[in-house]
Ligand binder design. Structure first.
Ligand code: 5AD
Ligand code: SF4
Ligand code: FES
Length: 366
């Protein structure tokens, strides 16, 4: 006889089969998972949600991921780079509004000029905020020297989603060439950890060809990698991408959302003290997607600070929210949403995960 969900939830460790059962849970079983993950969040994280003001720095990308609306092969988006003044304006907004941190995200570019531009921005943001603003980077795969240079200039968190931890599936959603190499991506996560970053990763949920078994594997992968932060959300098809061809075989959007919520809850149960984002993609499917994610375990929100004129050109997927809402509107909207979820905002704090503090202090003792 198979184990009941309640029995599995009492365990400290989950096998792949346990996770498959949990991901398939419905009705009361599903409620039991959410009750457990909410308890763990309360106990280990509390009710503080940290803001990371997001600037989508540039949509210029040398990669061609088969799912992404700003892939280099899509001629439609006007390619942009936010100016230094605009980034600093966003940084001032973040500072004035008590956001503890910013995230700079962009398409992948590995030229020296870009590395230098980012370094200059890091220095100026640190200067402007007197070191107060924490900075996360999400700029894809770079050379070790570049990761080190950016770290030295003040970035202390880095996000690279693995997208899927299954090698075969990885190559079905990326072009099969040297530019999209699974091993380089895994290695990037290891390098970033060695350098001293808080390391974040994550996956998309409901990809073509993806199964619940793959997703159970993703949870084990994130745990094994011992990441400090995770951002994950539903895959949402974009009509100007090659994967659009498979739109009729995808799970219904509601199911993709449901499984995403369960992934957040299960990850919280498995990795009690990490930071987990309530992602924008969750809100693209369900109007209350981010609040729901907070309720079941997430504790990070990334309000968009990208100047409005660029937002139409940073559409990684369809139905992306906040295209017409500026920084103040998103702030008000998110404050209300966080309160609705019963949480509070952790103003003026970096809000690094307790997980990072723990692993770095214990490694100093080794
Ligand atoms: N649907 C959902 N998420 C997407 N991303 C890119 N394209 C899509 C899509 N079509 C996510 C990827 C990437 C992050 C910046 O956005 O996970 O790492
Ligand atoms: Fe570029 Fe990232 Fe989009 Fe891939 S997912 S095409 S690396 S912006
Ligand atoms: Fe931007 Fe709600 S978060 S309008």
């Amino acid at each position: 006889m198979s184990k009941s969900i309640n029995t599995i939830l009492l365990q400290e460790e989950f096998s792949h089969a346990d996770l498959v059962a949990l991901l398939n849970a419905q009705g009361q079983d599903k409620t039991a998972i959410y009750t457990r993950s909410a308890e763990i969040k309360k106990q280990y994280i509390g009710n503080k949600v940290y803001f990371r003001g997001l600037v989508e720095l540039s949509n210029i990308c040398s990669k061609n991921c088969l799912y992404c609306g700003i892939r280099s092969g899509n001629p439609k988006p006007g390619r942009y780079m936010v100016t230094e003044d605009e980034v600093l304006e966003a940084a001032s907004f973040a500072l004035e509004n008590g956001y503890g941190s910013m995230v700079l995200q962009s398409g992948e570019r590995c030229d020296e000029k870009f590395a230098k531009t980012v370094s200059d921005l890091l220095k100026k943001i640190k200067e402007l905020s007197g070191g107060k603003l924490g900075i996360t980077l999400s700029m894809g795969e770079q050379t070790e020297d570049t990761y080190r240079e950016w770290f030295a200039n003040g970035a202390h968190r880095y996000l690279i989603r693995i997208e899927t931890s299954d090698r075969e599936l990885y190559y079905r959603i990326h072009p099969k060439d040297k530019k999209h190499d699974f091993d380089i991506r895994i290695n990037a996560l290891k390098l970033l950890r060695e350098i001293g970053y808080n390391v974040g990763s994550g996956v998309m949920i409901g990809l073509p060809f993806q199964t619940i078994e793959h997703l159970a594997g993703d949870l084990l992968f994130l745990k094994q990698l011992d990441v400090d932060m995770v951002g994950m959300g539903p895959f949402i098809e974009h009509e100007d991408t090659p994967l659009y061809e498979f739109r009729d075989s995808l799970w219904p959007k509601k199911d993709r959302f449901d499984v995403s919520l369960k992934m957040v809850a299960l990850l919280r149960i498995m990795m009690k003290d990490i930071n987990i984002a309530a992602t924008t993609a969750m809100q693209a499917i369900d109007k209350q997607g981010r609040e729901k994610a907070l309720k079941v375990g997430a504790n990070i929100i990334m309000p968009n600070l990208t100047p409005l004129k660029y937002r139409e050109d940073y559409l990684l997927y369809e139905d992306k929210p906040c295209l017409d809402e500026d920084a103040s509107q998103c702030r008000n909207c998110l404050e209300a949403r966080i309160h609705m979820a019963g949480d509070e905002i952790g103003f003026n704090e970096w809000g690094d995960s307790a997980h990072f503090a723990k692993r770095t202090s214990s490694s100093k003792l080794d």
